[in-house]
Design a protein around this ligand. Structure first.
Ligand code: A3P
Length: 330
């Protein structure tokens, strides 16, 4: 008899509870739902339910070559890229615009946080028409085999680890006080920094996550890597590359009509911050209601300077130079 999805969730919950628990990020007294664990086979770190959901996704997700995936580490600019990909894919005539006013996380849902959110919350993505726009923070080696085999395009956004660290520190320690069971004192920035440098960060180690996608691309996977800082400096170049990668290059007429700038402006930090789209509510991630505005904080490349000492910055830079030594990432 075939296992039901409820049984799969129960089975993987039992399994993940046997994985190593990361006590440096969440003490023993923290409830399972918010505790950090390490994926036994691939070594990455995340919240207990996320690893469970990732295993469920691995079992149930059926990929299509027409899917488009946005992938990233949290706090790398995922929400921005989702918006850009959505606008590129949905431009032109004969398009369905009924979802345009939803937040990017609703338009491009996360596999492990929204699609397979829990045994009682599974989105029916099998009945969605193609092309489906989906996203994930899952490290490349743990992606569902069906996703990889489909050969669908994956756009991966990555960001200076100093900025990722500072953004993450704000998001998880300050902005989300409503997390269930969060009755332990938040880590100080120094404690969390020590963890981050030692590889203990959400979906981390940071460097392994980036290298996982970089290596896969090097080995022929259908991946485009975009750096947050490059998108900031030269959005036109990055957007053209993105549209070409998605096999929807901007036409001469579109260029003449300023469509590229139109998309850049519509997705810019300030426009989005002022828009109703973000004021309009919450996104449910892992059954936690997260106000859409919390995904927008500063939207700058150098805000980390206000939080990290020169010594901390130097340490992260050195680690990055070492870890990315044999790549074209630096
Ligand atoms: P900061 O906290 O540094 O401001 P993610 O979507 O992966 O969680 O990333 C969130 C980070 O991207 C936040 O960084 C957020 O402010 C920034 N961001 C969100 N939308 C943006 C946009 N349209 N332009 C630039 N940065 C944006």
């Amino acid at each position: 008899q075939q296992e039901t999805i409820k049984e799969s969730f129960a089975k993987y919950r039992q399994l993940v509870a046997t994985f190593p628990r990361c006590t440096c990020l969440s003490s023993e007294c923290v409830p399972l739902e918010t505790a950090f664990f390490q994926h036994k086979e691939h070594g990455w770190i995340s919240r207990f339910p996320t690893i469970v959901n990732c295993l469920v996704a691995q079992k149930y997700f059926v990929g299509r070559s027409t899917d488009v995936f946005v992938s990233s580490l949290p706090k790398s600019g995922t929400v921005w890229l989702k918006d850009l990909v959505y606008k590129i894919k949905r431009r032109g005539g004969n398009q369905d615009h009924k979802n345009d006013l939803l937040s990017p996380h609703q338009k491009v849902p996360f596999l492990e946080l929204q699609v397979y959110a829990s045994e009682d919350h599974v989105l029916d993505i099998d009945s969605l028409p193609s092309p489906r726009l989906l996203s994930t923070h899952i490290p490349y080696p743990s992606l569902p085999t069906s996703l990889i085999d489909s050969g669908c395009p994956i756009v991966y956004i990555w960001r200076d680890p100093k900025a990722v660290f500072v953004s993450d520190w704000h998001f998880f320690n300050e902005i989300i006080p409503s997390e269930p069971g969060k009755n332990h004192p938040p880590l100080t920035i120094n404690e969390k920094f020590e963890c981050f440098c030692n590889g203990y960060s959400i979906f981390g180690p940071y460097w392994d996550h980036v290298l996982g996608y970089w290596n896969a691309k090097k080995n022929g996977a259908n991946i485009l890597l975009i750096k947050y800082e490059d998108l900031m400096v030269d959005p036109v170049v990055q957007l053209k590359a993105l549209a070409e990668f998605l096999k929807l290059p901007f036409t001469k007429e579109e260029e003449k009509d300023n469509i590229i700038h139109g998309i850049i402006n519509a997705c810019s930090f300030q426009t989005v911050k002022d828009s109703k789209m973000y004021e309009s509510g919450n996104t449910e991630l892992l059954q936690v209601q997260v106000n859409n505005t919390t995904f927008l904080r500063k939207g700058k490349t150098n805000d980390w300077e206000n939080y990290l000492t020169p010594k901390m910055a130097e340490r992260l830079d050195l680690l990055t130079v070492q870890k990315f030594a044999d790549t074209d990432l630096i």
